[in-house]
Write a protein that binds this ligand. Sequence first.
Ligand SMILES: [Cu+2]
Length: 90
Amino acid sequence: MFDDPAKPEREWGYDPASIEVSLGTVVTFTNVGSQFHSVTSDDPTRAFDVGADPGESVTVRFDRAGTWAYHCGIHPEMKGVVHVCEGGCP
Ligand SMILES: [Cu+2]
């Protein structure tokens, strides 16, 4: 996740904003910004919700197939998506 205090929140986000991984992959999110950010699942059950201070990394293991959209709980305009493919990505 990244931010630039000189830029509006809508230009903050995750890089890459969209990734494709196979089932069981542990994805590392590193906060290269200057503020606390989270990786919070959009789904109602909040399948994952982790936060990182600037310079910190957090991991999320994706063990359910599907499309997992997420956002930052503090800055909801920060958005990303993880596509989890079963049996390897095409
Ligand atoms: Cu944030």
